[in-house]
Design a binder for this molecule. Structure first.
Ligand code: PMP
Ligand code: GLN
Length: 368
C-alpha cells in the first residue's frame, strides 16, 4: 500500500520511454473550448480569492440541479479523490470494518487504513463482473460501518443495476451501514443511458454519500473539481472533514464548471459521441489483431482478457513488457486488487485521438 500508485508509475514510464500512454485515464483530444473559455473569463472577471468552504453557491446549485437534490446537500471538493477522503475520514472510526468491492480504485484501501478502518473485500466476478449480494451479505459483521461502491466501475465498466442497489439498500438499512458511492464515471455510459445512482434508491438516499467529478464529465482531469452529495446530516459531517483537508477548491475553476454544467443535453451527447467513436476504434483494432476485449458499459477503458487472447495470464509482467518493448502503456487489472498475484486482464484507455489509437494497435499487433 505504500507503493507509488500504478497510474503514476505507468505514466512516468511512458514519459521516460516515449511510449503511447493508454494507461492512466486521460483524454488527448481537444479540450472543451466552452469550459476552458469560461475558466479564462473567470480568472480575469471573477474572484480569485477563497470561495465559501462548501463551494460556490453557483456550482453547488448546478450540481444539485443535475441530480435533483438541494444545494445544501452538495459539497465541492478538490477532485473526487478529496471527496472520498473527506467521506471516509468523516464516517470511519478506528476498528470499523469497511466493505470494498474488487477490482477497486486504488485510493480506497489506503484511505480506509488512514481512518483506522479494516477493509473486508468482496469480488466482482468476470466476465460480467457482477456483484453477488450473498457474498456481500456474508462480509457484513457487527463492526461493518461502510460499504464503498464504484458504479460504473473502474476498471471493468460495470454498472450496478436497480435490483443490486436495492439489495444493498436493504442490507445497509438492516445493519445500520453507510454507503459511499463513487460515481465519477456516471457521464461515460456510451449508450447514453443514465446509470442509476444511490441517490435514486430510497433505501440508500439517507445513508449514502455520492461522489462525482467534473474532471470526468468535461474530460479535464487536471482540474480536480469534484463533489460529495449526501442528505444534510451526512453532508454536515463530510463538510466538517473537508474543511480541514483542503478547506476550499480553486474559485475560477468552480465558476467554469458551473457554466459547463449548464451546456445542455445536445452538448453532452456530442461530447459522449467522441468516446463512442474512440471506443469503437480501439475495440475493432484490438479484435482484428486477435485480442479478446471484454464487454464494458462505461468509463474510458476497455479490458483485454489475456488468456482468451492466447497470451499468458500475467498482466503485470505483460504491462511492463508492452511499455518497454512495444511502446504502449497499459494498466494491469491486478493493480485494482488488495493482494497482488498476477491476474489475466489488462486495462487500456480508449479516450484518445484516432491516430494515437491506430498507432497503439499497430504496436500491440506487432508484439503478439
Ligand atoms: N474514483 C475513480 C473510480 C476514478 O477512476 C478516479 C480517477 N480517474 C477518481 C475517483 C479520482 O477522480 P478525481 O481526479 O476527480 O480526483
Ligand atoms: N482515474 C484515472 C485512472 O483510473 C487516473 C487515476 C490516477 O491517476 N490516480 O486511470
Amino acid at each position: 500500500m505504500s507503493q507509488t500508485t500504478i497510474f503514476e508509475v505507468m505514466s512516468g514510464l511512458c514519459r521516460e520511454l516515449g511510449a503511447i500512454n493508454l494507461g492512466q485515464g486521460f483524454p488527448d483530444m481537444e479540450e472543451p473550448p466552452e469550459v476552458i473559455g469560461a475558466a479564462q473569463r473567470a480568472l480575469v472577471e471573477r474572484s480569485n480569492q477563497y470561495p465559501p468552504m462548501r463551494g460556490l453557491p453557483e456550482l453547488r446549485g448546478a450540481v444539485a440541479g443535475m441530480y435533483g437534490v438541494s444545494a445544501a446537500e452538495v459539497i465541492v471538493t478538490s477532485g473526487a479523490t478529496e471527496a472520498l477522503a473527506s467521506a471516509i475520514l468523516a464516517l470511519v472510526r478506528p476498528g470499523d470494518e469497511v466493505i470494498c468491492v474488487q477490482p477497486l480504485y486504488d485510493a480506497y484501501l489506503p484511505l480506509v487504513a488512514r481512518a483506522g478502518g479494516v477493509a473486508r473485500l468482496v469480488n466482482l466476478r468476470p466476465p460480467a463482473w457482477s456483484l453477488d449480494l450473498d457474498e456481500l451479505a456474508e462480509a457484513i459483521t457487527d463492526k461493518t460501518r461502510l460499504i464503498i461502491l464504484n458504479t460504473p466501475n473502474n476498471p471493468t465498466g460495470t454498472v450496478l443495476d436497480r435490483a443490486t442497489l436495492e439489495g444493498i439498500g436493504a442490507l445497509a438499512q438492516r445493519h445500520g451501514i453507510y454507503v459511499l458511492s463513487d460515481e465519477v464515471w456516471e457521464a461515460t455510459v456510451l449508450d447514453g443511458s443514465k446509470p442509476l445512482s444511490v441517490l435514486d434508491i430510497p433505501s440508500l438516499r439517507e445513508r449514502s454519500v455520492k461522489v462525482g467529478s467534473a474532471g470526468k464529465i468535461f474530460s479535464l482531469t487536471g482540474w480536480k473539481i469534484g463533489w460529495a452529495v449526501a442528505a444534510p446530516e451526512l453532508a454536515e459531517r463530510v463538510a466538517a472533514s473537508h474543511q480541514f483537508i483542503t478547506f476550499t477548491t480553486p474559485t475560477p475553476l468552480q465558476w467554469a464548471v458551473a457554466e459547463g454544467l449548464a451546456l445542455g443535453e445536445a452538448w453532452f451527447a456530442a461530447h459522449r459521441a467522441r468516446y463512442v467513436e474512440s471506443k469503437a476504434r480501439l475495440v475493432s483494432g484490438l479484435t482484428q489483431a486477435g485480442f479478446c476485449v471484454l464487454p464494458c458499459a462505461g468509463t474510458w477503458f476497455v479490458t483485454v482478457d489475456l488468456a482468451a487472447s492466447g497470451l499468458p495470464a500475467q498482466d503485470e509482467l505483460l504491462a511492463q513488457r508492452l511499455v518497454r518493448e512495444a511502446g504502449v502503456g497499459s494498466i494491469p487489472v491486478s493493480a485494482f486488487y488488495a493482494d497482488r498475484p498476477e491476474r489475466g486482464y489488462l486495462r487500456l484507455c480508449h479516450a484518445k485521438r484516432g491516430e494515437t489509437l491506430d498507432q497503439a494497435v499497430e504496436r500491440l499487433a506487432g508484439f503478439r
